[in-house]
Design a protein around this ligand. Structure first.
Ligand code: RM4
Ligand code: MN
Ligand code: MN
Length: 364
């Protein structure tokens, strides 16, 4: 959308459909997107890490970059951190440093995948001693989160096996529940445990949290402070992610969403760079749940986060591109003519209903 003339035209067209553009702009302004500290540093593949001039090197520099993105977009008031990548001597000082720049610390992500002892897993490891080490790290992260003023402990578990027969699958599931029960018991009031899943990688035969169903089962066992986190790139190709979002929203079980994009697997590319229509459909489910009184409260509590890594591009530039792409998709979702859509659905007008979505998608 370019000049003010075009905006006027759009205002008139939307007003003609009973939509108030100022209200929609207000909804768009209220959209808060968390950025990840790890997206500001140099990252790469197992083949090479290409350094980018000026890329952040320390937790402080990563916070400063996240604050810059917030200043430039006005849409990214919080930053997710990863422990130990963002470990500092004084977390209270890091919190102050962020707050001085208008930033809040968002999700705290424990790291259970970079230690040699985790070869066969962490929270699901066959040996109790390794599980203890992983658990102690989780418990430490609960304390760090409290110190940072964060209300989300966000767990992505790399655990799994590489060969059939390597370990007992039911027993691993039991160990997972037992470990997470201890973490859950340590959560202070108001802090959530977000349980992320991923269907494969780094394990190639079985993954202990492979899909949203398993995450949901685990969350149900733990209690209401545990909720599912969906990451775009963590599904087999072709998965209907917007439907997963819809079902979890309806169940009040969606706690967080990691935006990124991919062509093949967990590629962590710029949001909307490969499949902007999928992004629009996901945004449409988020907006639709916010508009429905039955799901509105739960939908507002979802932590919307970018989780991407930039291997060949500038970090801040890429982050802003992602933010703008999310805003664009969200704006398109906001102008879906819901009444017309419901009418077409009630009238079993298959293509009529489909075209209501296309109309919003193509309008902006
Ligand atoms: C994982 C997962 C997590 C993220 C790490 C860096 O693939 O998506 O959310 O914290 O990468
Ligand atoms: Mn993720
Ligand atoms: Mn990932």
């Amino acid at each position: 959308m370019a000049g003010s003339e075009e905006l006027e035209l759009l205002r008139e067209r939307l007003a003609g459909r009973g939509l108030d553009i100022d209200g929609l702009v207000g909804d768009l302004r209220a959209l808060a997107i968390e950025t990840p500290s790890w997206g500001y540093g140099n990252s790469g593949t197992r083949f090479h890490v290409f350094p980018w001039p000026g890329a952040a090197r320390t937790p402080w520099e990563r916070i400063a970059d996240a604050a810059l993105v917030h200043r430039l977009t006005g849409a990214c008031p919080s930053v997710a951190v990863h422990i130990p990548w963002d470990r500092v001597d004084d977390f209270a000082e890091l919190r102050r440093y962020a707050e001085e720049q208008g930033l809040r610390i968002g999700a705290v992500n424990p790291n259970l995948f970079q230690d040699d002892v985790y070869r066969l897993g962490s929270l699901c490891h066959p040996e109790p001693g390794v599980r203890r080490q992983a658990l102690d790290h989780m418990l430490e992260c609960v304390e760090i989160a409290a110190e940072l003023g964060s209300t989300d402990l966000s767990l992505w578990l790399a655990d799994g096996t590489n060969y059939p027969g390597q370990d007992d699958l039911r027993d691993r599931h039991r160990r997972l529940i037992e470990s997470l029960e201890e973490v859950y018991a340590a959560l202070p009031d108001g802090m959530r445990l977000l349980v992320e899943y991923k269907f494969f990688e780094p394990a190639f035969y079985s993954t202990d949290l492979p899909d949203w169903g398993t995450s949901l089962l685990v969350c149900r066992r733990l209690g209401p402070q545990a909720q599912v986190l969906v990451d775009t790139g963590h599904h087999p190709p072709g998965t209907n992610i917007e439907q997963i979002v819809a079902v979890l929203l309806e169940q009040g079980a969606l706690g967080g969403f990691h935006f990124n994009n991919r062509k093949y697997a967990d590629d962590d590319l710029i949001v909307g760079s490969i499949d902007p229509f999928e992004l629009f459909l996901i945004a449409t489910e988020l907006v639709s749940a916010r508009r429905d009184p039955a799901t509105a409260e739960a939908a507002k509590r979802i932590a919307l986060m970018i989780d991407q890594a930039h291997n060949v591009e500038g970090k801040i530039d890429a982050m802003i591109q992602s933010v703008v792409n999310i805003q664009t998709a969200y704006a398109k979702a906001l102008i879906v003519d819901r009444e017309l859509l419901f009418e077409a659905q009630r009238a079993s007008d298959v293509l009529g209903a489909h075209r209501v979505l296309l109309d919003a998608y193509e309008r902006l």
